[in-house]
Design a protein around this ligand. Structure first.
Ligand code: SF4
Ligand code: SF4
Length: 288
C-alpha cells in the first residue's frame, strides 16, 4: 500500500451496532489511526479507553458582546436584531443572549457608541489520544452547538497529517449516524465506506437513503448486516438488494447474547471465534 487508505463506518440511523463494529475493526487495525467522527455523541472512547495526549479548543462562529461601560441604552441594537438576542433590562447596559445570537454582526455595525464587539466562541474540544490499538482522534461539541461538520473535518485533517508524519497507512473513521452534514464530512475523500445495517423496516429504509448519498462520492461501498438472524427473510432481501445495487456484502453477524457482556468488560465481539472470522475477512476487504 503506497498512500494512506481511509475507511469510514457509517449507518443510516443510530442503534445498529456501528460503533461496536468500528471498535472491533480498530482492534484489528495495524499501522493505523482511529477517528471517532461522531462528535455529537461520541462513544468509541468508552471501548478504547484513550489516554489524552493533546487537547485543543475548537472555535466556531461569532457572538455579539456589549461593553456595559460604552452602552448608552439607545436601543438601536434591540430594534434591529431579528433574532431577539438583545435583552433590554430596566436599568443598565443592554445585554446579549449568546444562545439566541446568530452572529450576524448587525448590532456591531449599527451601534453609535462602538459598544458591541463580535467574539469568536468556543464550541467544543478535540483531542489526540493513545489507545492500546493506536492513536485516536476524537472530539466533543458543547451541548447545543451545531458545528459538527466542521469539527469532523478538523479531526480528520489532523489525523491525516499525523498519519503522514508517522508513516501510518490506514485511517479508520467511526462516522456519525444519519445522513446529515457530519456524515458528509466523514465520507468526503474516503476510499471506502462500510454501511452497517440491521434487518428491520426502518434499518432498510435508512440504508437506502444513505446509499443514495454515497453515490455522489467516488468510493467503494461495503455492507454488513448486523444481527442478521433477528429477521432472516429481511436479511435475504438486503443481500438481494446489494446484488442489484452492486454493493459488496462485507459479511453478516448474528445476534449473540455474549456481546453485551463483552462490551461491558470493554472487549469486542472479536472474542467470539465465528464473529472474529467474519470481521477479519471484512478487515482484509476494507484495508488490503
Ligand atoms: S446600539 Fe449600542 S449603545 Fe445602543 S443599546 Fe445597543 S449597545 Fe447600547
Ligand atoms: S450579532 Fe446579530 S443576532 Fe447577534 S445580537 Fe447582534 S444583531 Fe442580534
Amino acid at each position: 500500500m503506497n498512500s494512506t487508505r481511509e475507511v469510514a463506518v457509517i449507518s443510516g440511523k443510530g442503534g445498529t451496532g456501528k460503533t461496536t463494529i468500528s471498535a472491533s475493526l480498530a482492534t484489528l487495525l495495524e499501522e493505523g489511526v482511529i477517528v471517532d467522527a461522531d462528535v455529537d455523541a461520541p462513544n468509541l472512547h468508552i471501548l478504547l479507553e484513550p489516554q489524552v495526549e493533546e487537547s485543543h479548543r475548537f472555535m466556531g462562529g461569532f457572538v455579539a458582546e456589549i461593553d456595559k461601560n460604552l452602552c448608552q441604552r439607545c436601543g438601536t441594537c434591540h430594534q434591529l436584531c431579528r433574532f431577539e438576542a438583545v435583552i433590554a433590562p430596566k436599568e443598565g447596559a443592554y445585554q446579549i443572549d449568546p444562545i439566541a445570537c446568530d452572529g450576524c454582526g448587525l448590532c456591531h455595525l449599527s451601534c453609535p457608541n462602538n459598544a458591541v464587539s463580535m467574539i469568536q466562541k468556543e464550541v467544543g474540544y478535540w483531542y489526540r489520544s493513545n489507545t492500546r490499538h493506536g492513536p485516536l482522534f476524537h472530539a466533543l461539541l458543547h451541548p447545543g452547538e451545531d458545528n459538527s461538520g466542521k469539527l469532523v473535518t478538523q479531526i480528520r485533517t489532523s489525523a491525516q497529517q499525523f498519519a503522514k508524519e508517522k508513516g501510518l497507512k490506514r485511517i479508520l473513521i467511526d462516522g456519525p449516524p444519519g445522513i446529515g452534514c457530519p456524515v458528509i464530512s466523514s465520507l468526503t475523500g474516503v476510499d471506502a465506506a462500510l454501511l452497517v445495517v440491521e434487518p428491520t423496516p426502518s434499518g432498510i429504509h435508512d440504508a437506502k437513503r444513505i446509499v443514495e448519498l454515497t453515490r455522489s462520492f467516488n468510493l467503494e461501498l461495503y455492507l454488513l448486516v448486523n444481527r442478521f438472524d433477528i429477521n432472516r427473510e429481511m436479511s435475504k432481501s438486503i443481500e438481494e438488494w446489494c446484488q442489484k445495487e452492486r454493493i459488496e456484502l462485507g459479511g453478516k453477524i448474528p445476534l449473540d447474547p455474549r456481546i453485551p457482556q463483552l462490551l461491558l468488560e470493554r472487549r469486542t465481539p472479536l472474542e467470539i471465534s465465528e464473529i472474529r472470522d467474519t470481521l477479519e475477512c471484512l478487515y482484509e476487504k476494507l484495508f488490503n
